[in-house]
Design a protein around this ligand. Structure first.
Ligand SMILES: Cc1cc2nc3c(=O)[nH]c(=O)nc-3n(C[C@H](O)[C@H](O)[C@H](O)COP(=O)(O)OP(=O)(O)OC[C@H]3O[C@@H](n4cnc5c(N)ncnc54)[C@H](O)[C@@H]3O)c2cc1C
Length: 456
């Protein structure tokens, strides 16, 4: 219900449950938009920042940063990257070969900041500006009471938490089980300067690395701003469930063993990178700077009505959870929040289930669906076999195609227009400026990757 402030103007009330990236962003955004906001969290501020791992790496690839700037100013100068060094290997044992490599500039700036730092900076501003923060686990009954009292109630409890209040939308959910096993860890010992991985890219620490292995999965290595240690490198292993890497993830039980799993995978599968990886160390002051698990990509019906007849709307991972291989989760969250805050501020009437559902549909059109589809593309879903078969070789010989492929991480919407083989060929022709057949015809498998130093 609305509250009256000291100057006798009424303020609409908002309640947000969960203080990760989604909850803290929504809390700050709605407060700044004039709402009287209470943020409910199962952990206090210190625990959120220092006692739990970050939910993910949270690279913001370009466009989502424009939406986030509507919520909070850009506070971070470290970990901004402009491109990515990609290498694809195929086969196993003696048959294993280096297939292709490319090193596109994104055409935008990506930023990888510790999500605990992002959330804490938002929470700090929220508290300074008069937001209320209540600590305690919120169960279904309490959520009902909270929603009865607030004009607008958002649930931002991540993939678990209260997400089961929102039924899975079967028509938008493509998988019943995780497509990758995940291992994330942050390591220190290498700056972000021109020397970093210089044998892979003349851009050094301005480019991330993405190693793909057709049998076993993918590994992302990127410059990262750790909340305490500053310039560091984040690693994500995306292990195919039936590949050789997946069982190794079981061996990770702390940051040190997580590092060792990664060192061992590089030694065996990516020996060119192995010496640099081996030189990196865990962050001793942050023993929880690692994570393992898996995500079942799930889209939920984002509006629910409680037993008491009160309306709740899901944001962030509670609404749409994607495998992180295409880096869409945090980005989609920020876009959803920025647009919802604007819409709520502009809306005069009640926040009914109909209104909230219509806003979620707009989010689905604007970003949600494309985020789900670009994730399926990068997971190598059979529906995208043609796209991958054509676009990766084209990217290896045409830098604009490489940029366009990774441009999809910033804005995945163009993918929705590429339905057939002809569409993909037309896209390659349009982006490269030459007939797609000529581009793809130039591609020859690498056989063995050369380092920049050797080829120069
Ligand atoms: C390995 C990995 C890498 C990733 N990399 C990227 C990337 O590069 N780019 C990108 O865009 N996204 C990435 N993501 C996704 C991104 O991390 C998430 O989408 C994002 O952090 C979700 O934020 P959230 O606030 O919705 O959920 P969460 O961060 O899970 O926050 C939920 C909060 O609610 C709290 N909570 C839960 N239950 C309750 C309760 N009952 N009462 C009160 N509080 C509760 C939790 O403790 C937590 O603080 C990655 C994810 C993973 C796993």
């Amino acid at each position: 219900m609305a509250t009256e402030s000291q100057d006798n103007t009424t303020r609409r009330t908002a309640a947000i449950i969960g203080a990760g990236l989604a909850g803290t962003s929504a809390a700050l955004g709605l407060l700044d938009a004039g709402f009287d906001v209470t943020l409910y969290s199962d952990k206090d501020r210190a625990a959120l920042r220092d006692k739990v791992p970050p939910t993910g790496v949270g690279v913001l690839f370009g466009k989502s940063r424009e939406f986030d700037a509507e919520i909070i100013e850009d506070l971070y100068e470290v970990s901004n990257t402009t491109g990515i060094s990609v290498r694809l290997h195929a086969g196993s044992g003696d048959e294993r070969t280096d297939v292709l490599t490319f090193n596109p500039d994104y055409g935008y700036v990506a930023q990888a900041v510790d999500l605990r730092l992002r959330a804490d900076d938002r929470l700090g501003r929220f508290l300074e500006r008069g937001g209320r923060f209540e600590v305690g686990v919120i169960d279904v009954e309490r959520a009902d009471e909270i929603a009865a009292d607030a004009d607008l109630t958002l649930v931002a409890t991540g993939k678990g938490g209260l997400s089961s209040l929102f039924p899975v939308d079967e028509s938008r959910t493509h998988y019943r089980e995780p497509q990758r096993r995940l291992l994330q860890v942050t390591l220190t010992g290498l700056g972000h300067g021109p020397d970093a991985f210089a044998y892979r890219s003349a851009e050094g620490g301005n480019h991330s690395l993405f190693n793909l292995d057709s049998e076993n999965g993918e590994i992302f290595v990127g410059p990262f701003l750790h909340k305490d240690a500053g310039a560091t490198w984040s690693f994500i292993v995306f292990a195919k469930p039936d590949g050789a890497w997946a069982p190794r993830i079981d061996d990770a039980t702390d940051a040190i063993s997580a590092r060792q799993v990664i060192v061992d995978i590089f030694a065996e599968f990516f020996p060119d990178d192995a010496p640099t990886i081996r030189s990196l160390q865990v962050i001793e002051s942050d023993p929880v700077s690692w994570l393992k698990g898996a995500v079942t990509p799930t889209v939920r019906q984002a509006v629910a009505t409680t037993a008491g007849g009160n309306v709740l709307a899901a944001i962030g991972d509670t609404a749409i959870a994607v495998d992180p291989v295409a880096g869409q989760g945090a980005q989609g969250t920020l876009i959803q929040v920025a647009e919802l805050v604007k819409a709520a501020a502009a809306h005069d009437g009640e926040f009914t289930a109909e209104w909230l559902s219509a806003e979620f549909e707009k989010h689905w059109e604007r970003r949600g669906q494309a985020a789900v589809e670009v994730t399926r593309l990068y997971l190598g879903d059979p529906d995208y076999a043609t796209h991958l078969e054509l676009s990766f070789p084209a990217a290896a010989v045409s830098p604009p195609i490489g940029s366009a492929l990774f441009g999809l991480l910033s804005d995945p919407n163009p993918l929705l227009t590429l339905k057939t083989r002809e569409d993909v060929l037309g896209f390659i022709t349009a982006v490269s400026g030459e007939p797609a057949e000529d581009v793809i015809g130039r591609f020859e498998p690498a056989g063995r990757f050369e380092s920049i130093a050797v080829s120069a």
